[in-house]
Design a protein around this ligand. Structure first.
Ligand SMILES: [Zn+2]
Length: 91
């Protein structure tokens, strides 16, 4: 086999491996979120926003059962994260 072919094979194998790792990481993240939701059910705090304590609307929980924040708190947190990233990028 020509060296170029070996390099292409190695490249596609690396790409496949990275994809597999990415999928595994996503599944692990999902599993962690499900475990947290079960813990919240046991603790009696499931369905309440972790930030402001208000009940999370049923429609949101139906769409995303692992939600730990209501839409308002999620939006606030998202904005905070984005502005923190912007601040970090400026430095
Ligand atoms: Zn909230």
């Amino acid at each position: 086999m020509a060296p170029a072919t070996n390099q292409a094979d190695a490249g596609s194998k690396t790409f496949e491996r990275e994809q597999e790792l990415s999928i595994a990481a996503n599944r692990l993240d999902l599993l962690t979120q499900i475990k947290r939701a079960v813990e919240r059910i046991d603790a009696g705090t499931y369905g309440y926003c972790e930030s402001c304590g208000k009940p999370i609307p049923k429609a949101r929980l139906k769409a995303f059962p692992m939600a730990t924040l209501d839409v308002a708190s999620q939006a606030t947190r998202g904005t905070t994260l984005i502005s923190a990233r912007r601040d970090a990028a400026r430095e």
